[in-house]
Design a protein around this ligand. Structure first.
Ligand code: C5P
Length: 293
């Protein structure tokens, strides 16, 4: 029989990528109304939950040191909020393995908080009829509801209106980050252009080639302000576009991670090797088809 100490629940905080991100409006409270298309890679931070006499939190992994106090707090905040809502004493140890760059436009703290909520709901056996994780998550970060889903979806409102896309094609993605952290709030504040229109597809494209074609006439509205703050992003985008087989290069979220879309995994891997030489963090990932654990 397993001792209770060996009992571990694991959840994955998959890298979030915005294939397009249109800013539709600015609200009175300073938040922005968005229309965005989210996909998730199979590279992820990992949250592990196990029993412990008191609530404790540990971070390890390649980006553990870069983790800001804010992000530790998002995981702990998620744990405390769920415990309070479900009236449970949080006697748990949470371990976060930080494999993804921090403050990078890949979901970051929101993805970690969402994974913590999923792991804890399973650990404490909280049924979805008792606690709805999405509104709880939204109060932690705008990307948390989409990160709870962790599959392709349109995202509207400030991040709370989701339309899952179970039939969305899966494809290889190259991720490139200059190892420079960008604060989401600052990039939104720097955005001064005209607002865009919503730009959802009339039909889900059948493959990555048709998808890349449709994305050419859409943007990430945060790309310009992010380049203003971090000019190296422009250099990365040019470098990705030049790689063999690249169908589209764009910034994800508020950056500074850029992505390249490819029809062929080998092309993406070759591009990752060549761009890594510049000292940039590069990874090739395959986008998830639907809701993941
Ligand atoms: O929700 P989250 O804490 O991730 O957002 C960080 C910052 O990004 C917010 O404080 C806000 O300035 C900006 N933001 C925004 N509109 C959104 C999401 C985030 O203006 N839809």
């Amino acid at each position: 029989m397993n001792s209770p100490q060996k009992f571990v629940i694991r959840a994955y905080a998959r890298a979030k990528v915005n294939l397009y991100l249109h800013i539709l409006d600015r609200r009175q409270d300073g938040y922005h109304e968005l229309d965005s298309l989210f996909v998730f890679g199979d590279i992820a931070d990992v949250i592990e939950v196990s029993p412990s006499p008191a609530l404790s939190f540990k971070v390890r992994g390649p980006f553990a040191e870069a983790l800001s106090a804010e992000e530790d707090n998002l995981v702990l905040r998620a744990a405390r909020m769920l415990a309070d809502t479900a009236e449970i004493k949080p006697q748990i140890k949470i371990t976060l393995t930080k494999n993804l760059p921090v403050a990078a436009g890949l979901g970051g703290g929101s993805a970690d908080a969402a994974a913590a909520l999923r792991a804890l709901a399973e650990f404490w056996k909280i049924p979805s009829s008792k606690v709805d994780l999405a509104p709880l998550g939204l109060s932690i970060g705008s990307d948390v509801p989409a990160c709870l889903l962790s599959g392709p979806c349109y995202v509207g409102g400030i991040g709370q209106r989701l339309e899952p896309l179970p039939e969305f094609p899966s494809f290889p993605l190259l991720l490139v980050n200059p190892r420079i952290e960008l604060r989401t709030g600052l990039i939104f504040e720097t955005f001064k252009k005209k607002f865009s229109k919503a730009a959802r597809f009339s039909q889900i494209p059948p493959d990555v080639f048709a998808l890349a074609e449709l994305l050419q006439s859409r943007n990430n509205d945060l790309e310009e302000p992010a380049i203003e703050i971090c000019p190296e992003i422009a250099e990365i985008l040019v470098a990705i576009k030049k790689t063999k087989g690249c169908l589209l290069a764009r910034l994800s979220g508020s950056g500074a991670t850029c992505f390249g879309m490819y029809g062929d995994t080998q092309d993406a891997e070759q591009a990752a090797i060549s761009l890594r030489r510049g000292g940039w963090w590069t990874e090739v990932t395959t986008t998830a088809k639907a809701k993941c654990s």
